[in-house]
Design a protein around this ligand. Structure first.
Ligand code: FPP
Length: 255
């Protein structure tokens, strides 16, 4: 679907000057879509699209960290992605492992704390081990929390949360009980959800947590998503009036 985002006509510098640093989203969540189409347009194998996607991952993390966005969550592999051809899954797992090993030093240097959400026990053992090592090594990072959604499904997360509830009486269950049993209960809910490649879908991402998130969709394929698009999404977000179901902007609303 073709989306019109007039802000994307502006340059990165112009957009950066428009970002209000006092009202940044606390948590940005991103559905990184379009690696396959990016590769297809260039007659490359799909895995080359994913490799190019890693470059965009690095850029997005750097931009958010430099701005001072404290939480960034990236949808790197969904439960549904297990249905892809084995070759592609293997390629993605290899890239993920390389990424986790290759970026560890930089994450430590830049104070990035890595977390992961999803049914992580479905991941191959070697990937899981590297993930655990990087998570442990970066656990004390204070600049930004980077969360990778891996083997993640929003419905699965809700099912897992409900299963882990320890309540005697179903009548006693409240929203906060479910929230407390999600994969990352200590993270704030996303304020801004970004999706690339022009698709107007949520694709089973953070279903519970995005209840009040503002949504920004851009036409660019994920490998082409750069600092300019991050700024455009934030400026667009800051122009919206968030009422959280009320009639006037909520007190302390962040945009
Ligand atoms: C969607 O593109 C993207 C994915 C399924 C995975 C995203 C993975 C990366 C960006 C690389 C690995 C990430 C990390 C953090 C190491 P698609 O294949 O669905 O594209 P298409 O819809 O055009 O086919």
């Amino acid at each position: 679907m073709e989306i019109t985002n007039p802000l994307e006509e502006l340059s990165a510098d112009e957009l950066l000057a428009m970002v209000d640093r006092d009202r940044l989203p606390r948590h940005i969540a991103v559905i990184m879509d379009g690696n396959g189409r990016w590769a297809k347009e260039r007659k490359f194998p799909r895995i080359r699209g994913h490799r190019a996607g890693i470059k965009a991952v690095r850029g997005c993390i750097t931009t958010c960290r430099e701005l001072g966005v404290p939480y960034l969550t990236l949808y790197a592999f969904s439960m549904e992605n297990w249905k892809r051809p084995e070759r592609e899954i293997k390629g993605l797992m290899k890239l993920l492992k390389e990424y986790l090993i290759g970026e560890r030093e930089e994450m430590l240097e830049k104070g990035i704390r890595l977390r992961a959400i999803g049914r992580l026990d479905y991941l191959p053992e070697d990937v899981r081990a590297v993930l655990d090592e990087t998570r442990d090594a970066t656990a004390k990072g204070t600049e930004m929390t980077l969360t990778l959604a891996l083997s993640y499904g929003g419905r699965a997360e809700i099912v897992d949360a409900v299963k882990s509830l320890r309540v005697g009486n179903l009548e006693d269950i409240g929203e906060e009980d479910i929230s407390e049993h999600m994969y990352a209960p200590d993270h704030p809910d996303p304020d801004l959800l970004v999706r690339t490649s022009g698709e107007m879908r949520i694709s089973n991402f953070l279903l519970w947590e995005i209840a009040y998130a503002e949504i920004y969709v851009t036409n660019v394929y994920w490998p082409d998503f750069d600092a300019k698009h991050v700024y455009a999404a934030i400026v667009d977000y800051q122009r919206r009036e968030r009422r959280f179901g009320g009639v006037t902007p909520a007190v302390g609303a962040r945009g």
